[in-house]
Ligand binder design. Sequence first.
Ligand code: ATP
Length: 230
Amino acid sequence: MADILNIQGLSKRYGSVQALDQLSISVPQGSIYGLLGPNGSGKTTTLGIVLDVLNATGGSFQWFGQPLSKSTKRRIGALLETPNFYPYLTGEENLRITADVKRIDHSRIPAVLETVGLAGRKHSKFKGYSLGMKQRLAIAAALLGDPEVLVLDEPTNGLDPEGIAEVRQLILDISAQGKTIILASHLLDEVEKVCTHMAVLRSGKLKVQGPVSSIMATNDLVFINGGAPL
Ligand code: ATP
């Protein structure tokens, strides 16, 4: 299968900190690709560079076999940090505002509310949503442009167990709709449950990448998890 994202020899230095060191990864089309590593391993830096929020110090990357451009950006949806929704507006009203800010028409709002399981609660105020519902609305906002690939940075962080289960199931549902998903996580358990492929990062370096099942079968857990909490 073709690669959705190809990263070659990516490096990033913040002063004396080498955040990324010659990182090369390939994300197959249709995969749920986990970027697994403890805090500070370079996951957010990698996502920031490929989403054009940060500049790399070296290396290159292509989305869909092409350099990043306005048209390739339209094919990517991302949730890097929690959006600021209006607490006294409904879920649907918040999505209308997000669509306006992103200059996307409102036609996809019903479909994304359906996808994230909030169609029945679209007239409820955001402030009354559970943690999982709030995060599902944030994912809905990232889906408004009907992207081919969805990039999520630690989407279950800070959620209660119910919210974690909802968001993990939603990731599987979105994948079943044919979208590729890139998921940064520090939780091996999460990557193992949700992802088809993974890259293990440690101190900005790639340790191993490939299908989750073959990595789990051929490497010991200490190597994969590197002492980070399971
Ligand atoms: P986390 O889950 O904590 O966000 P991460 O795996 O996403 O971790 P990064 O945030 O990419 O890792 O950080 C990689 C390294 O770069 C760390 O050593 C971090 O301290 C450093 N770093 C990140 N941003 C900056 C910055 N703006 N200035 C200096 N150092 C930074």
